[in-house]
Design a protein around this ligand. Sequence first.
Ligand code: C2E
Ligand code: MG
Ligand code: MG
Ligand code: MG
Length: 302
Amino acid sequence: KADMAMYQAKERGRSNVQFYDASMTAVAAERLFMKTMLAQALARGQFFLHYQPLVEAATGRPVGVEALLRWRCDELGLVSPAKFIPVTEETGLILPIGRWVLDTACRQARAWQEAGHPPVEIAVNLSPRQLRDPSLVDHVRSVLADTGLDPALLVLEITEGLLIEDMALSRRVLTALKGLGIRLALDDFGTGYSSLSYLNCLPFDILKMDGSFTRSLSDAEGDNAGGQAIARAIIALAGSLNMVLVAEGVETAEQRDWLTRNGCDLLQGYLLGRPADAQAVTQTLRALEREHAALEHGDFVI
Ligand code: C2E
Ligand code: MG
Ligand code: MG
Ligand code: MG
């Protein structure tokens, strides 16, 4: 009987190994396939942008939108940026794609303005790989010139992850970008390591507290004191450094109310508006503005 158990364990072990190998090959094959498809995606017009509103916590006023890249591949369908952006970083494709995102987002922001919409800030994500592109600053300058977008309305969001790899370079490039009159946001703050050191060394204007902190304001039992203490500390840190604090991932009215009460500046998340195409987000922005105007005029009693 013991022999039998041993035999079964061996068999299982072997099939586990096989299964593991097979899945590794599948992942590698998928990445290779994605690489090939991504190389043609720009030319085939498979990229498009969604926009998600950012709302002033205290007033409910929409102040801007974040542009989020979407890829619809004929063979793979809609692929999440979390999945395909790392592949484009590996191949360097992120450079032309990133330039396309910046162009498209700035032109859209300008179109909103020209349609008589109040000026909205536009936030564009930048991959750390783009910071190492020597033509980045010139490109941002020429996009601003070509679109006529007010630099004060452009925010570039950078995830902290790789900034530390070359702190001197990061600092040089970020300072040059600031020289164009645009603003910089540190994205997903709190999820990386050594994040506090960036705040002192790099010229960020905006701190985006990662959605995981918003989520941990409460748990299954209700209020989560630990989660709230950390969020309070991040909000205080941004305040004392004169940075604007954005809370990401706001999904419930309880989260919104807690963040507003505790001094968070801007809110972003499904509760305020899901990422959507330009036309749909125009409607969302209008609705948010109407709500804000109604509150201003005291039509609602809180
Ligand atoms: P991110 O810049 O932190 O963007 C916020 C992400 O959170 C977006 O995911 C958004 O759809 C999602 N989100 C917004 N509100 C909520 C919420 O209430 N709950 C939850 N669970 N999620 C929410 P998305 O669009 O899948 O993008 C993922 C990441 O991919 C982005 O994170 C950003 O790092 C990267 N990314 C997106 N577009 C670009 C781009 O054009 N260039 C570069 N380099 N990276 C991009
Ligand atoms: Mg972002
Ligand atoms: Mg973020
Ligand atoms: Mg995030």
